[in-house]
Write a protein that binds this ligand. Structure first.
Ligand code: SF4
Length: 399
């Protein structure tokens, strides 16, 4: 519970910060705006989504770019638009084929939300993507940033789009040294960004700010000599740009131990699909589950297979372990290969199951841990059921 003193301190910070940012003159913001646009016109990267003014294509790119690097996104974006060239084709597609095109890009809830939101646009907006932020934000997976980006870039609306790049550039340029973990501080970034974006070419301006953050004002080594804002940058003048923005200490990711098993019957392997909604929900994976505190891996495997699938096994061979880091969790997955399995599958802990050839299993869209577990299995025992286990997209490390 917040104490009265904490409440007082927070409101004091809020008022003081508002006063600081409101004191930034219109003229200073106007000059920064003009310099940034000029720099952007001369230096912008030729990215595939910048060649299109189709709101659907812009929306797809903004969704893919969330927490993912530009270089990684480009081939996925190109392939996705070849497969689903317009909103109607995406809305009509099966979710599994959307996952298929997304496989390897990670954060699969983005694909699920994009697919559902495309269906909503068809049902509720006659297939036309809304052009203002309030309606955009009612769509699945569209947050404040994405709504601002789509509204400004695709529809020329004067809407701010504040992401990590923008916070970094503005905190350095304007000398905002408050902790960006505080909601009131983040709100002030939105407020300044809204003042900056007002004027002609709002979409280009937002992209210019993001581009500067990606190319020049980078997290560890800002290239101030090349920066269009260098003459009036507070962080550069004071020499503390590299320490900005001030961020709260990150909590250490929680350690989670889990088990997964490669189970074969007559040359086919068992794949299961957890219900949609969780971190990797809706994606096909190996049977298994989390261990309880102080539970041994083999005992945990027995319990999980019995509870979730009604299966008993007599011998399981430990193949090895893989590690996978999610934003808030560090997963250690103990991978097993099971011998003879007894009982019929009674799927209780999963939404669906299938017996598949190793190739068909490997070709399904998987999350990062399953991908790594399959690679481990292939390494330990390259021939499974007479067929080599192959990864769908080797080498991409994603949740
Ligand atoms: S001058 Fe340096 S610190 Fe300031 S905005 Fe430009 S790159 Fe960032």
């Amino acid at each position: 519970m917040k104490s009265a003193w904490n409440e007082f301190c927070l409101s004091y910070v809020e008022v003081e910060l508002k006063t600081e940012t409101q004191a930034i003159s219109r003229a200073r913001l106007g000059r920064a705006r003009a310099r940034l646009l000029e720099w952007y016109d001369a230096n912008r990267r030729d990215l595939p989504w910048r060649r299109s003014d189709d709101p659907y294509a812009i929306w797809v790119s903004e969704t893919m770019l969330q927490q993912t690097r530009v270089d990684t996104v480009i081939p996925y974006y190109t392939r996705f638009l070849e497969c689903f060239p317009d909103l109607a084709s995406l809305a009509e597609a099966e979710l599994e084929s959307v996952y298929g095109e997304w496989a390897g890009l990670g954060y699969y809830s983005r694909a699920r939300n994009l697919h559902r939101a495309a269906q909503r646009v068809v049902e509720e907006y006659d297939g036309r993507i809304p052009d203002e932020t309030a309606s955009l934000r009612r769509l699945e997976g569209v947050g404040r940033y994405t709504a601002g980006a789509v509204a400004s870039i695709a529809f020329d609306r004067e809407e701010a789009a504040v992401d990590g790049n923008v916070i970094r550039v503005l905190s350095r340029f304007l000398g905002i040294r408050r902790n960006v973990g505080l909601p009131a501080v983040v709100e002030e970034f939105w407020s300044v960004a809204s003042r900056l974006v007002s004027g002609p070419r709002p979409g280009d301006f937002n992209q210019a700010l993001m581009e500067l953050g990606a190319m020049i004002c980078t997290p560890r080594s800002p290239d101030c000599g090349q920066c269009p804002l260098k003459r009036s940058c507070d962080g550069r003048r004071r020499g503390d740009a590299e320490n900005l923005p001030r961020k709260p200490a990150r909590p250490r990711p929680r350690r989670v131990e889990a088990v997964a098993a490669w189970i074969q019957r007559r040359g086919r392997a068992l794949a299961v699909r957890p219900a949609e909604g969780g971190l990797l929900g809706g994606l096909w994976t190996l049977p298994g589950g989390e261990l309880e505190p102080r539970e041994g891996a083999e005992a945990g495997l027995k319990r999980n297979l019995s509870e979730t699938l009604g299966l008993e096994f007599t011998n399981a061979r430990a193949v090895g372990k893989i590690e996978h880091l999610f934003t808030h969790r560090r997963l250690r997955l103990h991978v097993f290969s099971c011998g003879e399995i007894h009982g019929r599958v009674r799927c209780r802990g999963f939404e669906a199951h299938r017996w598949l050839s190793p190739e068909a299993f490997a070709a399904l869209p998987h999350g990062g841990p399953t991908r790594k577990a399959l690679a481990l299995l292939a390494e330990a025992d390259p021939v499974a059921g007479g067929k080599r286990v192959r990864l769908h997209e080797p080498g991409v490390q994603t949740p």
